[in-house]
Design a protein around this ligand. Sequence first.
Ligand code: TYM
Length: 333
Amino acid sequence: MEERKRIFSGMQPSGMITLGNYLGALKNWTNLQDEYDCLYCIVDMHAITVRQDPVKLRKQCKDLLTQYLAVGIHPEKNIIYYQSHVSQHAELSWILNCYTYMGELNRMTQFKDKAAKHSDNINAGLYTYPVLMAADILLYQTDLVPVGEDQRQHLEITRDIAGRFNALYGDTFKIPEAYIGKVGARVMALQDPSKKMSKSDENQNNTIALMDDPAVIMNKVKRAVTDSENEVRYGEDKPGISNLLNIYCACTGKTIAEAEKEFSATGYGAFKTAVGEAVVAELEPVQKKIKELEQNKDYLNEVIRNGAERAGNLAAKTLTKVQKKIGFPPAIR
Ligand code: TYM
């Protein structure tokens, strides 16, 4: 039997996740779990590249775990775990740091954006963030990495690091491919559709949080910035309407052409109501499930214990191989 392809992806527990994270990543993850062997990580080590409150961070990790489960990521079919529970991530990351050039890291747009935003804390971890991400992916001999469009550059550097290592030491890492969905890969801020919807946005009207009440969602969509025409059409000259069309299609499964046709005779008001309703219909069942899961502490603990054990076993294999190739002496047991 042909071996199933492996998928790895992760999300930072750095605040309430948004409709962008949901449509760009989570929703795709659930669609992939039957066809692939998947690892879905909660990347707490990445989250501390910006300052986090320890009590809040712990809660955000647990919240993200319930969110993964609530959208339908199955804990037995997939491996779900906290990054900090599998020490091989940090170990491989150090090794890969020594095979990554500063010139490469200097080009990373996310580093530039985050450094500008957190100018009081431009730490070395923020700079080498993509190397830890490469370690995450390469530890598991990953074939595909489902992410939103904003992570494409990090995938490219991961491939470059893996290729460089393989060229020096022979085949060690599988070279992973990005898997970027057609709709939902780039959900933009509602009040400023030139920038992406982001968890860390200070303007709450820019984002729809996974846990927003239906009335709040309707309100935010109604207030979304559009343009002075009244034509529901997708196009570069219409970033606000295009963003809403994208959201609508990602939630309903319709194509852009179908949606344009559906709203060809209606104004923006009716269109926005339909978009809001589609988002509510998508998120309401998830919210209900989250509330149920939150009550079940023992179950959550078991998922995370089991995930760390399974991920650790796989990660150890790659790390041992790498250590041997680069000449570290074997541990005496
Ligand atoms: P993070 O936590 O910022 O985002 C998690 C996922 O959500 C996607 N995403 C979006 N998709 C569409 N529209 C948006 N507005 C939007 N905002 C975010 C992201 O592309 C991502 O897929 N570095 C990663 C976490 C990570 C990772 C990894 C991912 C660490 N190691 C290994 C894949 C593989 C990040 O910060 O994602």
